[in-house]
Design a protein around this ligand. Structure first.
Ligand code: DLL
Length: 443
């Protein structure tokens, strides 16, 4: 466990974040019952509770959570568009959405109280990662249905810092803004940070003229090795935060000054980890699918929502920051991202970890999977750092060999490696899409 803070350790709401565990669990149990009462107003849970012979009055201990049904993305789709609402339409103050990859969006609704809670929860993780009232923040998440833009906006506003709501895209303008308005803080997806880093490194802007000190990244998976690359390249410190629209958006968990995993805001969310196959709960420390029950949501009161995100929860003694909440690991993959290659389970994050170990590799890659005959093949297209890209076959061959061996060491699989010229692979302004699986097209 890290015991040395990277920045000054500050807490936005000590009363909630440092609550004694027993008190916290009692609060969770009370709020769980209220959440079940709210959920029981919508037809999906009415039917499910009826089937399982549960009444809200029976759910009054944390152990009772296990009796409640799990909720999936498909359940939300089946009651499209607004089957999960917990209050009448006229009590809704805001709608957001998540685009997903399969056509229709998922709409999520917030009451005024939900928006107020959301703002406070974002303020909490922002302060835990160093945000102060005196700061200026360049907020480069898309504003719109995506919860990243508005959620973070509300949080920064609560803290009282200055916001530049520049949204995502247009890297030139982002850099002009960094020069002219001198923000100390950047907020975006890690893949967008890579794109900005590349523009700065190309010499378009002199880094020494920027005041940028640190960043909050979230919204998509990234690895510890990617953090090291970005911290070195942009000369900043980066904090991780996690969330998803179905249970709120950002503000569910985030790292503190000690960066010992992401503190879960447990007075508002109950986290479980389950085995995605058997659906059985797993103990702390074991990796599995994260299931979240928001405890205070009025507009969209889902219960035991299966996130499809894979990670684990831990509490290796109190964090030196003073928060008593359990923490979660990085997201290690998604149940629907996991590639099964010749029977072996591989996550894109493992490939990223392998690639980032090799100095010559730039942080831009694309994983392509196909099944030309009966056999799965994976080709990893990788950009080499411009200064190391060479015409010498021998040098490129040596790099390639090292990459193949490192991927093999981490994933146990032999993959094809295709080294490509600098700046030829796609760049991303929001969430990156780094896997192309041609097998789905023919299956
Ligand atoms: O991405 C909410 C968010 C916005 C969180 C900005 C943090 C910052 P959705 O669009 O619903 O909501 O996508 C949620 O994104 O289930 C994860 O798979 C992934 N995700 C979000 N944060 C992280 C993270 C927002 N820190 C989905 N690490 C989630 C890895 C993340 N994956």
């Amino acid at each position: 466990m890290n015991t040395i803070p990277i920045i000054e350790n500050r807490i936005w709401n000590p009363e909630c974040e440092c609550m004694e565990r027993r008190e916290l669990e009692a609060l969770q149990a009370k709020r769980l019952q209220e959440a079940v009462v709210r959920a029981s107003r919508n037809p999906f849970y009415q039917e499910a509770f009826g089937r399982l012979k549960i009444t809200p009055a029976q759910i009054h201990r944390l152990e009772d959570l296990q009796r409640l049904p799990l909720t999936t993305k498909e359940d939300l789709r089946d009651s499209y568009p607004l089957g999960f609402m917990g209050v009448p339409r006229n009590e809704i103050a805001r709608y957001q959405g998540t685009s997903g990859t399969t056509g229709k969006p998922t709409w999520v609704a917030y009451t005024e109280n939900d928006v107020e809670n959301w703002s406070n929860l974002c303020a909490r993780f922002l302060v835990s990662g160093g945000l102060k009232k005196e700061h200026t923040v360049q907020l480069s998440f898309g504003f719109g249905l995506f919860t990243g833009g508005f959620g973070l906006h509300f949080g920064i506003q609560k803290v009282g810092a200055a916001i530049i709501p520049i949204s995502s895209g247009n890297s030139e303008r982002q850099l002009t803004c960094m020069l002219d308005l001198s923000p100390e803080i950047l907020i975006c997806t890690p893949s967008y940070a890579l794109k900005l880093m590349e523009t700065i490194q190309a010499g378009d802007v002199d880094r020494s003229q920027l005041r940028l000190e640190h960043a909050y990244f979230g919204g998509e998976p990234w690895t510890e090795s990617m953090r090291a690359r970005i911290e070195e390249g942009l000369q900043i410190k980066c904090w991780n935060n996690y969330g998803l629209a179905e249970v709120q958006g950002p503000g569910i968990s985030g790292e503190c000054a000690y960066r010992n995993g992401m503190h879960i805001q447990e007075d508002h969310f109950i986290f479980e980890v389950i085995d995605p196959e058997t659906l059985e709960p797993l103990p702390d420390g074991e990796r599995g699918e994260i299931v979240v029950t928001p405890l205070c949501r009025e507009g969209f009161p889902v219960i035991r929502y299966r996130t499809r995100d894979i990670g684990y929860i831990f509490n290796d003694g109190a964090c030196p920051c003073g928060r008593t909440t359990r923490r979660m690991s990085r997201i290690l993959g998604r149940t629907d991202d996991m590639l099964i290659i010749r029977g072996v389970n591989v996550f894109p994050s493992q490939i990223e970890t392998a690639l980032m170990r090799i100095d010559a590799v730039a942080p831009h890659y694309m994983i392509e999977v196909s099944r030309p005959e009966a056999m799965d093949t994976v080709t990893v297209h990788i950009e080499i750092k411009p200064e190391l890209f060479s015409d010498s076959m021998r040098e490129m061959h040596a790099i390639k060999k090292e990459i193949v061996a490192t991927i093999m060491q981490i994933t146990g699989l032999r993959m094809e490696v295709n080294l490509v010229s600098p700046k030829t692979l796609a760049r991303f302004e929001g969430k990156a899409k780094r896997v192309i699986d041609h097998r789905n097209l023919v299956d």
